[in-house]
Write a protein that binds this ligand. Structure first.
Ligand SMILES: *Cc1c(COP(=O)(O)O)cnc(C)c1O
Length: 397
């Protein structure tokens, strides 16, 4: 019995599809299309520019931030929504460097998501040659922390393997050497309980189109530890982060509190849809989500391994060391995944040979997971993936 059956009914899911890719793009929550139509026809359509005030568009980034806050263990007023996650990474790293002007190194791990690394390198390059992005193996992060490090930048859950860092432990070690702790929650927010306040995280950021079901390209979020926010000197000084944007002053003066993490005009339609999508969490206990996610992923691993010996588990075997995804490797992983998708089981592929499955208890039942494991085992055992059609590479894998 699915403990979230009533919530599942609020998702619009294509009949016959078993969706194991909510860690990449969450499905549609019923009602967001009505929100989008309302914003377009009634607010934009009827009120035009006046809607910034009369429909309170101007405060959407703050309002939606307050919906995200409890999902990551943050107090109200400490999360701002807007821009892509990549931009939020830039803001956090730049702000952290300004907090530690005598230090020059950002520490990250080789499993981090490319955009986090690219954005950081780009930023450091623009600052001059004496800055460095230091990468170590995920297991070696704690021991690489010393007083040369300005900040440690990590993604809590590895996008390929699902391996999960110990946020409390690494954050506390970072603080012990005077470094700041920056966490990417792309695969955490909405997947399990996160405790940014309790762990004393300095900056956290994430996207809202994966486990938070905000829709393709839905804006990202950023959290700043409340004790830090008034010291933050924003690198991206957009007019929407100004204390009084409508004074149109030529000099930048940052807004009080989280307002300074705003940049430019917010994506009103996307934010409105996200606001509706996030309503689903009002009655969801993330501890229960986590418990059910472990049940689903343990069942999947057990059933895949018992039916098929050609897939190698690349995720940690201990569920306490995983996020909410499970990955296997297969030398022909891309073709295996294409064959699986052709049979209605949707996961995705990551280089070089990883097939990846996300577990999202709000809309995924245990019997769907069992069916998916059976279909996957048959595709591998009967070499169904060998059909040439499954070799064609799409742009997005
Ligand atoms: C999905 C993901 C991103 C994506 O960043 P965008 O700017 O939204 O494209 C960044 N970091 C991590 C860890 C991700 O998993």
């Amino acid at each position: 019995m699915n403990p979230f059956a009533d919530i599942k009914a609020r998702f619009q899911l294509p009949p016959g599809m078993i969706y194991l890719d909510g860690n990449s793009l969450g499905p549609v929550i019923k009602g967001v299309e009505k929100t989008a139509a309302w914003v377009i026809q009634e607010e934009w359509g009827q009120k035009l520019i006046g809607a910034w005030n009369t429909a309170d568009w101007i405060n959407l980034p703050t309002r939606v931030g307050d919906q995200v806050a409890p999902l990551i263990g943050a107090p109200a007023g400490s999360v701002m929504v807007g821009d892509s996650l990549s931009i939020k990474v830039y803001q956090a790293v730049a702000a952290a460097l300004r907090q530690r002007p005598e230090r020059r190194i950002i520490l990250s791990d080789s499993g981090n998501f490319p955009t986090d690394l690219y954005i950081t390198s780009g930023l450091l390059n623009s600052l001059g040659n004496d800055y460095e992005l230091k990468l170590v193996a995920p297991e070696a992060v704690a021991e690489a922390l010393d007083d040369s490090i300005a900040a440690v930048l990590l993604t809590e859950v590895d996008y390929r393997t699902g391996r999960r860092h110990d946020m409390a432990e690494i954050t506390s070690k970072a603080h012990a050497v005077g470094a700041l702790a920056l966490w990417d929650l792309a695969h955490s927010a909405g997947a399990f309980p996160v405790h940014v306040s309790e762990c004393k995280v300095d900056f956290a950021f994430g996207c809202t189109y994966k486990y938070l079901n905000g829709g393709p390209g839905a804006p990202g979020f950023i959290y700043v530890r409340p004790e830090l926010i008034d010291e933050i000197d924003p690198a991206l000084c957009g007019w929407m982060g100004h204390e009084t944007p409508f004074d149109f002053s030529t000099a930048y003066r940052s807004a009080k509190g989280m307002g300074r993490m705003r940049v430019g005009t917010p994506p009103v339609i996307a934010l409105s849809m996200l606001e509706t999508a996030l309503e689903i969490w009002q009655n969801v206990d993330l501890e229960r989500v986590r418990k059910q996610s472990v049940i689903l992923s343990e069942a999947f691993i057990e059933q895949v391994e018992s039916q098929c010996s050609d897939l190698l588990l690349v995720s940690p075997r201990n569920p306490n060391e995983r996020g909410s995804q499970v990955s296997f490797s297969h030398p022909q992983g891309y073709a295996v995944m294409q064959a699986l998708i052709a049979q209605g089981v949707v996961g995705d592929f990551r280089e070089p040979n990883i097939i990846r499955f996300g577990f999202t208890p709000l809309y995924l039942d245990l019997d769907e997971v069992s069916q998916a494991a059976g279909i996957l085992a048959r595709i591998v055992n009967e070499e169904i993936w060998k059909h040439p059609e499954f070799e064609n590479r799409n742009l997005v894998t």
